[in-house]
Design a protein around this ligand. Structure first.
Ligand code: HEM
Length: 495
């Protein structure tokens, strides 16, 4: 009986302590006198995320409720106080003008025990600075132009794979573009010829997809609150089998030293491999670092390009007249200049590019950007001060759906991205790739990859809705990158 009583007291005391810690954490913004959204016990303002709601919907609701009232508000990611930036001038200050105050992103990485996390996204401070200086030149326009013939080759394999589909058949578009993007990555980032378009169940694809994990509240809590414990416990973001596979692949390729016989600008892999031999030890990359840079194409470039290409084809399928105009433009450009998908031709495909931008606006793959403050920052024209280690969220998908910036935001209207209309908007009104020193360094490459893929498909095929096409679209709330909930099927017809 006494034992039971003691157990009861202990449980009650533990529950009270937890209750007061949670209450104290969730009163952070109230204590600082900052406008904030009232949090719910334990979940803060993220209730339902990963289940009933997508994170982008939650951020959009907060943005719409508070925009115009203050340059930023306080909110809570579970118990963690976060700063939600609402004002576009403040967005510009954080990302560009005063970016020296906001150098870090604070995404968990554990390079010593999880080598694939030694990528730019998961690095901060001096490690990021060094990697950025070394890796950035690989993404220069000149190098990307040299890779266009390879992109065109992979795209023509995708084109051929559709020929086997019977006339008027429904095709899972997300599966098709996933195979294309996987083959682009294996060829250009890992230096091996991709075969996923010929045999969809390749080991490379299986390993690449194994990093995708469903939204897990407890994992997020753990990494947000105890990053040092996670490091001490050797926590890994990526499955050991995938790490072993990619490391082995990269080491094997480096060993074969194929790259030394090829023009170094033929692929990203060859450019990264060159850095293994750099005379300057600060610039020299280890095998693990090379594997991590190649892996960042999977981490950052696979789901994003899949999302944008899939939703672009979906929107065009729903607007046959617009699709016809895009197809005519592609054919006219390719007829005028018979150099295939070279830089000039891609540049001339204005309407296709506008459709891609409108897709990135309407279905923004990453709905927010993250920054941490490294020192006190006085918010211009206000009495507010941001403190070191404040976590900032910039809700780009919400900005992309702001009806003041984009009237009728749910309408797919590529005219919004004509040169004249783009110039009229605030420069921070369109940020699918971020901005400032931590922006997506692969933006130009990703655009080319998607334009070549879409251009090759639309030149000869037309897409239209079928019985299984979801109208309206349903997103998968478990995924961080905006993705359709199920297979997105469309009818495909040869033109
Ligand atoms: C539709 C395609 C893509 C979209 C929408 C996209 C979007 C983004 C966004 C929003 C960020 C964060 C930017 C910021 O915080 O300001 C980012 C960073 C990054 N992206 Fe992309 N991305 C795409 C394709 C790619 C591809 C193909 C790669 C291939 C390497 C890539 C590599 C990276 C890397 C390494 C970073 C981290 C940069 C740093 O912190 O220095 N992305 N991307």
């Amino acid at each position: 009986m006494e034992l039971l009583q003691r157990l009861l007291y202990t449980a009650l005391s533990a529950a009270s302590i937890i209750y007061f810690i949670v209450k104290a954490s969730l009163s952070h913004w109230k204590r600082r006198g900052i406008l904030h959204e009232k949090p719910r016990f334990l979940v803060g303002n993220l209730g339902g995320v990963g289940g009933k709601r997508h994170i982008s919907a939650v951020l959009e609701q907060l943005y719409e409720k508070y925009k115009g009232q203050a340059p930023f508000i306080g909110c809570y990611a579970y118990l963690k106080p976060m700063v939600l930036v609402l004002d576009l001038d403040l967005v510009r200050n954080v990302l560009i003008t005063h970016s020296e105050h906001f150098k870090e992103r604070g995404v968990f990485g554990n390079a010593p025990h999880d080598p694939l996390s030694a990528n730019l996204l998961q690095q901060d401070g001096a490690d990021w600075q060094r990697l950025n200086t070394v890796v950035c030149p690989a993404f220069a326009q000149d190098n990307i132009s040299q890779m266009l013939p390879t992109l065109e080759k992979v795209a023509s394999t995708m084109h051929r794979s559709l020929r086997q589909v019977s006339e008027d058949a429904a095709v899972s578009v997300n599966n098709l573009v996933d195979c294309y993007n996987i083959d682009v990555i294996s060829t250009l980032a890992f230096g091996i010829s991709g075969e996923t378009l010929l045999n969809s169940d390749t080991e490379f694809r299986r390993m690449a997809r194994s990093y995708l994990k469903d939204f897990n509240m407890f994992r997020l809590y753990f990494l947000m609150y105890f990053p040092n414990v996670a490091r001490l416990l050797r926590y890994k973001n990526y499955e050991q089998a995938a790490t072993d596979y990619f490391l082995k692949l990269v080491r094997q390729k480096l060993f074969e030293q194929e790259w030394s016989r090829l023009d170094k600008r033929n692929s990203f892999f060859h450019m990264f491999a060159e850095l293994k031999r750099d005379r300057d030890p600060k610039r020299r990359l280890s095998d693990e670092e090379i594997a991590a840079q190649a892996f960042s194409f999977i981490l950052m470039g696979l789901e994003t390009c899949n999302s944008a290409m899939t939703f672009c084809l979906y929107e065009l399928a729903l607007q046959p007249d617009l699709q016809r105009r895009v197809q005519e433009e592609i054919c006219n450009v390719l007829k005028r200049n018979e150099n295939g998908m070279d830089s000039k031709n891609l540049n001339d495909m204005n309407l296709l590019r506008q459709c891609l931008n409108e897709t990135l606006r309407k279905h923004t793959p990453y709905s927010f950007l993250l920054r941490n403050t490294n020192e006190d920052y006085e918010v211009p024209n206000s009495i507010f001060m941001l403190r070191p280690d404040n976590h900032l969220v910039i809700p780009i998908a919400a900005i992309h759906h702001d009806p003041v910036l984009y009237p009728e935001p749910n309408k797919f209207d590529p005219e919004r991205f004509s040169k004249e209309n783009s110039k009229r908007r605030h420069p921070m009104a369109f940020l699918p790739y971020g901005a400032g020193p931590r922006y997506c360094l692969a933006q130009k490459f990703a655009e080319n990859q998607m334009l070549v893929g879409l251009g090759t498909l639309l030149r000869d095929y037309s897409f239209s809705p079928c019985r299984e096409t979801p109208i309206p679209l349903v997103y998968d709330n478990k995924r961080l990158v905006l993705t359709p909930k199920d297979k997105l099927k469309l009818n495909v017809q040869r033109r």
